[in-house]
Design a protein around this ligand. Sequence first.
Ligand SMILES: [Zn+2]
Length: 187
Amino acid sequence: MIINCPVCNGKGTAKSTTKTENIPHFGEILESSLICTSCGFKHNDIICLEQNDPVKYTLAINKDNLSSRVVKSQSATVSIPELGVKVEPGPKSLGYVSNIEGVIIRFCDGVKQALTIFDDEESQKNGLDILEKLNKLVNGEIKATLVIEDPYGQSNIMDTNVQKEKITEEKLKDLKTGFTIFEDKPH
Ligand SMILES: [Zn+2]
């Protein structure tokens, strides 16, 4: 669908596409994207069409599983505890389909963004330190764990070595959900 760009207001410069995809052992997702040919604005989002029990995925990252697929829903919290990085869902959280390497790169982008906002010495030092560790992680020079916690069970790490566990009621209270789930389940 050709629409006006919501960012630069270009007339009919943005192309919006929506497709459903069935991911094996996971289920149906709705993937939507918007690309503007005028200003280069890009927006991607996925919506999981199935709701499941709260779940926590843990995977030791190594250089052999960087290409394992990751589905992160809008409601998921993603963290690498050893590096002290965590992304919690907020009102503008997006879901995405990527792989382990892509998740690490998203963390890098987030840290780079933070470095432009917080210019005090300590934040800069911490940020650069984390960035260096994330780069080492991508290159397989250090080890760390990827944790995805999802109160609606819509996320997944598709790797044979992944540990999957239920999130207890108690822990669930501490988890941010970030958005309102649709009342009606699509069929
Ligand atoms: Zn535009």
